[in-house]
Ligand binder design. Structure first.
Ligand code: FNR
Length: 393
């Protein structure tokens, strides 16, 4: 809330100890349209809210006197060794959170021994992100027209990406009313009032204007406002994948030599179909509640999907904000989780260091919770560590 030019929103608690602290600090730094872009969701926000509520319905069954020291957080995803079971989800236009966007995120992931998944709609090109990091990262594909998908896959492969996630929950863009009200579009519009409001965020405005990382650079050259509008239009026209079908997934499988995951699966039947198309893994996801409202919470459908494809790697994202959330997802069968908004908050607050700190918070919370549970490692987790929680938050 603003009065006479002063920002009356409560400050984030200091020091920033939790993901929620980072959220509050990030929200103060960002203009309304970017806040809505990152934090908003579809329609009535039912799925966005459900993603969080699902974690609160599970509690723990701790074991005492287990004598374990220093729990082990290591796991593997797509054959890649990770120091912690948390990856950075593909987030488009991270240059809006901080101009260093995906370059900073990928570097932070590398520093913390995990992986970043680069979005097709990144503010940095595939090649720029690959060059600024030393390890092979993961690439996310919006498979619109065959030619563009082929070109993007070839670029990703040549740049050293060996794991790809195909996002399939975007037949059309979800209805995010907060974005539409604040000018995020589609297409993006900047009214004089919105422009004036941006002056309340001089650092963000100065850096964003100076570095111009506001378009989807893999799709459109240039970083100015016109390019940003054009990249949103391209997303509207092409990335909305209403005609995409299972044959296309098989076609993508044939065209990609590396590991292939499908992102946006919410039923056991679709997980089985994905595996029969040759997928190496599935990501249980509702796009962070940004697409189909009243789609189920990711955690709620995780057990049925794990049961349906027992020999396939299952990842989960949506609403993961605490180390204890990660442990619950792993106990219900996920190999690892992805986080979207939490690292966007870290980016907004402190670029690469901010993302690294958010990953540290997850690592510290996972380690502490495992120790309190009496569990030796993330590998040891299974449903016997959980019980329904009687008093959801
Ligand atoms: C996303 N997500 C997303 N997914 C994807 O496959 N390609 C993309 O370009 C984007 N872009 C995007 C932008 C923003 C601002 C957000 C918040 C999310 C979805 C993302 O990968 C992930 O599924 C969710 O963010 C997970 O939910 P949480 O962790 O944000 O609650």
């Amino acid at each position: 809330m603003h009065a006479f030019g002063f920002d009356l929103r409560p400050r984030a608690p200091r020091p920033l100890l939790t993901v929620d602290d980072y959220r509050r600090a990030a929200r103060r730094r960002l203009p309304a349209m970017v806040r809505e872009y990152i934090d908003g969701g579809a329609d009535d926000l039912a799925t966005l809210t459900a993603n969080r509520a699902a974690f609160a319905r599970w509690g723990f069954r701790p074991r005492v006197l287990t004598g374990h020291q220093s729990p082990d957080l290591a796991t593997t995803v797509a054959g890649v060794d990770l120091d912690l079971p948390v990856l950075l989800a593909p987030v488009g236009l991270t240059g809006l959170a901080h101009w260093q966007g995906d370059v900073a995120a990928a570097r932070a992931a590398e520093r913390r021994g995990t992986r970043h998944v680069l979005s097709t709609a990144s503010s940095w090109t595939i090649e720029e992100v690959a060059e600024s990091t030393t390890r092979a990262h993961f690439f996310q594909l919006y498979p619109h027209s065959g030619d563009t998908a082929t070109a993007l896959m070839a670029r990703a492969w040549n740049a050293g990406y060996r794991t790809m996630m195909v996002t399939v929950d975007y037949p059309v863009r979800g209805n995010r009313e907060g974005e539409r009200r604040t000018g995020m579009g589609p297409p993006p519009t900047l009214t004089p009032v919105q422009a004036l409001r941006m002056c309340r965020h001089p650092t963000w405005t100065y850096q964003t204007l100076r570095h111009r990382r506001i378009s989807a650079r893999n799709l459109v050259e240039g970083g100015g406002v016109a390019a940003a509008v054009e990249s949103v239009e391209i997303q509207e026209r092409h990335l909305s994948q209403a005609t995409l079908n299972w044959d296309d997934l098989t076609w993508l499988r044939d065209g990609w030599q590396g590991r292939l995951y499908v992102k946006g699966i919410l039923t056991a039947q679709d997980a089985e179909k994905a595996v029969s198309c040759g997928m190496d893994g599935v990501v249980v996801s509702n796009h962070g509640g940004r697409q189909l409202d009243f789609a189920p919470a990711a955690l709620d459908v995780l057990p049925e999907i794990v049961a349906a494809v027992p020999n396939t790697e299952v990842l989960l994202d949506g609403g993961v904000r605490r180390g204890s959330d990660v442990i619950k997802a792993l106990a219900l069968g996920a190999r690892a989780v992805l986080i979207g908004r939490p690292y966007a908050y870290g980016l907004a607050v402190g670029a690469e260091d901010g993302v690294a700190r958010v990953l540290d918070i997850f690592a510290e919370e996972i380690e502490r919770t495992l120790a309190l549970l009496g569990a030796p490692s993330v590998q040891a987790l299974d449903p016997t560590w959980l019980r329904p929680h009687p008093t959801p938050l």
